[in-house]
Design a protein around this ligand. Structure first.
Ligand code: GLN
Length: 293
């Protein structure tokens, strides 16, 4: 990475423009926005405050730190890992290499779950987040439903540590239990939940091969859904029915093109009220079903 003289001595504005150029060269189109986000984080300021500082030269001695982060970003390390946080729903969560970065698509699952739990919201209810990763889904539901308690599982100990840090960030550790588990395996003494949610790994072999470079930095086991990407839905649908209370709700995030198959499996397994929801691109992103009474 070349360091121009003007970048060494110049104003923040020049540093931003230079960063944008470097990122564009690395194939990143939204470079300006990303550079601003890095600056905002380093200067601990809002976008408006950043705008006011544009003509300052290295206001808080952040230039070298900025260059270091940019260099990593040109290697396509995801921005969220470099910033060590990401916005999800109404929260800002800690994320790092231990967990998948929560995506905006997953907010559709949260939104539809909150709409569809209906009366449950007023009473005490318990839910399971299977493969919780950073804890994003569970934390969003816990914060929206003061009467809810969560069981959060993941096969990855690292992910569970990150999830616990996020629970603590929002003071929710008393309303959630964290259980290391490969799907339902840890639950030998069957427990029942009123709601099961999951964004399981769903990329197919082909998706993984064609994926953008950033994905290489995320935990493979959070992404790899087997040959057709559907392995986890197969396993979860079969087992989940006995673990839901009567009338209990189950909601999945699914990959593009998977909703129909997943709905069919719900139907074959005897679930009720199967619904599908699209994301803002029109892709079917969420499948939900109820256990019959
Ligand atoms: N949404 C992620 C992606 O497409 C995949 C997440 C997952 O496998 N659950 O990159």
């Amino acid at each position: 990475m070349k360091c121009l003289q003007s970048v060494r001595n110049g104003e923040l504005l020049e540093l931003l423009a230079w960063g944008q150029g470097e990122l564009l060269r690395a194939g990143i189109e939204e470079g300006r926005e990303e550079c601003e986000r890095v600056m905002m984080k380093l200067l601990r300021c809002s976008r408006a405050e950043l705008f006011l500082k544009e003509h300052e030269t290295d206001p808080s001695g952040i230039r070298n730190r900025f260059l270091e982060i940019l260099e990593k970003r040109t290697k396509r390390v995801p921005l969220a890992y470099l910033l060590k946080e990401t916005d999800f729903w109404h929260e800002t969560l800690l994320v790092d290499e231990r967990c998948l970065i929560p995506r905006p698509e997953t907010e559709i699952l949260v939104e539809q779950v909150l709409k569809n739990i209906g009366e449950m919201k007023k009473e005490k209810f318990s839910f399971l987040d299977l493969g919780t990763g950073s804890g994003a889904i569970a934390i969003a539901i816990l914060r929206a439903c003061g009467n809810a308690t969560a069981t959060m599982t993941d096969i990855s100990g690292g992910a569970l540590e990150a999830a616990f840090e996020n629970l603590k960030r929002y003071g929710l550790e008393n309303r959630a239990e964290i259980v290391p588990s490969d799907l339902f395996r840890a639950f030998t003494d069957p427990k029942k939940w009123d709601l099961i949610v999951s964004n399981p790994p769903y990329l197919s072999e082909k998706d993984l091969k064609e994926a953008q470079e950033e994905l290489r930095y995320e935990p493979r086991m959070a992404l790899d859904g087997g040959k057709d990407g559907l392995d986890f839905y197969r396993a979860i649908i079969a087992q989940a029915k006995d673990l839901l209370t009567a009338g209990g709700l189950i909601g999945f995030e699914v990959g593009a093109g998977q909703a129909e198959t997943v709905s069919k499996w719900f139907q074959e397994a005897g679930y009720d009220n199967i619904q599908r929801f699209r994301d803002h691109l029109g892709i079917e992103r969420v499948v939900m079903a109820r256990r019959k009474n």
